[in-house]
Design a protein around this ligand. Sequence first.
Ligand code: ZN
Length: 101
Amino acid sequence: MIRIYQAADLPEAHLIAGLLRQAGIDARVFNENAQGGLGDIPFGAAYPEVWLIDPADAGRANRLIKDFDGAPTEPGSVFCRACSEENPANFELCWKCGAKL
Ligand SMILES: [Zn+2]
């Protein structure tokens, strides 16, 4: 058994484990009951973890998780050339000064 991932919360842990299982990697979620017991557990030990049954899968699992983590979640931003204000990438005009981005 080898720990492959420490998730921020339980749904994320299950998401990662499901991702790995889909790829044929046997993965388990540990610390499932950690949430809610935060006061009793030292900080850092309370996060759900994803473990692999077979350490030989670690390389492939790491790549899958990296691809998953690296997926763009937001389009980014552009900076107005007129006033330097930050705008969402899908804006055509600066929300602050109205200049074309
Ligand atoms: Zn502007």
